[in-house]
Design a protein around this ligand. Structure first.
Ligand code: GLU
Length: 547
């Protein structure tokens, strides 16, 4: 396809580029090792959907002994925000997503395939596009935006497909003389693909998530290089993913319709096409009951900061995302309760193909299970770290009551039935409030009359003995319940409810309310051990006085 005219045009457009493009070396990885990347634009906060994409990409690389890298796609300078790169890189770090190559939070780079920031790669895009032009596969377009608007209006009026293609592609057959003349006049140009696609043609394509697809061929002479010298996404994707030796492009499915264009670009360059996995976005059910994408503007949970602020353990959010990716993660977790989640093998072919539904209830469940597997010391350390940043009062209390805090978190943290009440660190204050203060408000449960409540409290104060074991305490308390006319357990109560005032649980609720002001707490015996004899007796007496 190379002819003198194309070469002349290429030289006119890029007079300073002389070299033949440099190829990057092979990565020499073992067979089957995936090279993946996360390639965000630094246009805002790190979106939870970004973590989702990055997590899948990182897993595909690391579970195959491959490489995962971070590339910054900053070709739209107008939409860029000042702190964008740092927010992304440090956000990934907080999620434990290990980046082997690319950009780090301090803006340094590692890796032999850089630069990894697209705005620093302009000469590379120019070098390769010069080749594309010289080969007759791309050409300069001098159309002004007014001209392009006009074309579009005409197409709309005629009710035909809009775009720069076929007979509408005005500069597709431009001569080198005209190029020279226009450049001489200082006119701006974009570089467009000379598409060989034919309308109506279909291309077969196999997506790693969506399977076998038939997509409409591209016939648009898409812009590859903008008049400001920056590449469009399409061109940067082709050049970078080739040069950085990406084997699996895992990206949002809004790019699926662009696959034919990308296939065309790789073919024209004589480069091997990477595999693609197109991910459906994370969706939620809105107030009106319909599904929509998590919105940057409307949904606070779209921003990863939300999870940090609320104090969801990172492992919990990660496990929740793994659940969204592969719904069998849950079964795996059940079978491997003590294995780190990094051992779970992500399978793209099993990934959610139509939009993973974000669900706070499920997130809380996953998180409670994650917290239940942590030790009391780990929980305490995590709460302190969180509180230091987000809850000064709690932080101060923890700093001076660390030993007590560990004891509190140790309640119901051993054995088969571990407590599953904490989903996020911001819940902790509510859970431990009755340890933090002695100002407990006692309200007698409605089911128990004042005389009975008085009896329960008076007799408990007498029978309570801090040298008793859990079993001894329970036996005594059960005997008290029976003595006062309550069934010793729910089963006995249900068999003949009319013969009892209630059951053991009702008696315990008086005690629970007197000690904590709550109807729901972890195990009473363990809780009393942490409170200590003096505080327990004081609280019971105060409740008695308030009856
Ligand atoms: N910068 C692109 C985006 O944010 C990247 C897509 C890709 O991963 O190729 O949508």
């Amino acid at each position: 396809m190379v002819d003198a005219k194309s070469t002349k045009i290429a030289d006119l457009l890029f007079p300073d580029i002389e070299s033949v493009p440099d190829e990057t070396p092979d990565r020499n990885l073992p067979k089957g090792a995936a090279v993946t990347r996360y390639a965000p634009s630094p246009t805002g906060f790190l979106h939870i959907g970004g973590v989702y994409t990055a997590l899948i990409s990182e897993r595909m690389a690391h579970q195959s002994d491959g490489v995962f890298y971070l590339r910054i796609e900053d070709t739209d300078k107008q939409r860029e925000i000042a702190d964008g790169v740092r927010l992304i890189a440090s956000g990934l770090g907080k999620f434990g997503i290990r980046v082997d190559e690319g950009v780090h939070p301090d803006m340094t780079e590692t890796g032999a395939y850089g630069p990894y920031i697209q705005s620093e790669r302009l000469p590379i895009y120019h070098t390769f596009i010069k080749k594309l032009v010289a080969d007759g596969n791309a050409y300069p377009c001098f159309c002004t935006s007014e001209e392009l608007d006009q074309t579009r209006e005409t197409q709309e009026l005629q009710k035909i497909k809009t775009g720069y293609y076929g007979r509408w592609a005005k500069h597709r057959v431009i001569t080198s003389e005209e190029v020279e003349e226009r450049l001489g006049r200082g006119e701006q140009f974009a570089v467009r693909l000379k598409s060989r696609g034919v309308e109506g043609q279909k291309i077969k394509f196999t997506d790693l998530i969506k399977g076998d697809l038939n997509l409409s061929a591209n016939e648009n002479d898409a812009i590859l290089l903008k008049s400001d010298g920056y590449p469009t996404y399409h061109w940067a994707h082709c050049v970078d993913d080739h040069l950085m030796r990406t084997t699996q492009v895992i990206r949002g499915d809004e790019w699926l319709p662009s696959v034919p264009l990308h296939t065309e670009l790789f073919t024209l360059m004589g480069w091997e096409l990477p595999q693609y996995a197109h991910l459906a976005p994370i969706v939620k059910i809105d107030e009106a009951g319909s599904k929509r994408k998590l919105s940057k503007r409307k949904d606070p949970e779209a921003n990863v900061e939300y999870y940090f602020e609320q104090g969801y353990p990172i492992a919990a959010v990660t496990e929740y995302l793994l659940n969204l990716i592969n719904s069998d993660f849950e079964d795996w977790r059940r079978e491997h309760p003590d294995t780190p989640h990094t051992e779970f093998i992500v399978r793209l072919e099993k990934a959610n193909a139509s939009g993973a539904l974000f669900d706070f209830v499920k997130l809380a469940d996953v998180s409670k299970a994650v917290v239940s597997r942590m030790s009391a010391t780990e929980v305490c350390a995590a709460v302190i770290e969180w509180a230091n940043q987000y809850d000064a009062e709690l932080a101060a209390w923890l700093a001076s009551n660390r030993d007590e805090a560990i004891k509190i978190f140790a309640i119901e943290r051993t054995g088969e039935k571990r407590r599953k009440d904490i989903a996020k660190w911001s819940d902790v204050r509510e859970h431990i409030a009755y340890f933090m203060t002695d100002e407990v408000v006692f309200v007698r449960p409605e089911k128990i009359d004042t005389t009975t409540a008085t009896e329960i409290l008076t007799k408990t104060i007498v029978l309570i003995d801090f040298s008793d074991s859990a079993e001894e305490w329970l036996a005594k308390f059960r005997a008290l319940a029976t003595e006062l006319g309550f069934a010793p357990d729910t089963k006995t109560f249900k068999a003949a409810p009319e013969t009892f005032k209630g059951h053991l649980g009702d008696v315990a609720s008086v005690l629970r309310l007197a000690l904590t002001g709550r109807t729901n707490t972890p195990d009473l015996f363990e809780l009393m051990q942490v409170l200590g004899e003096q505080r327990v007796k004081e609280r019971l007496e105060r409740a008695l006085n308030n009856l």
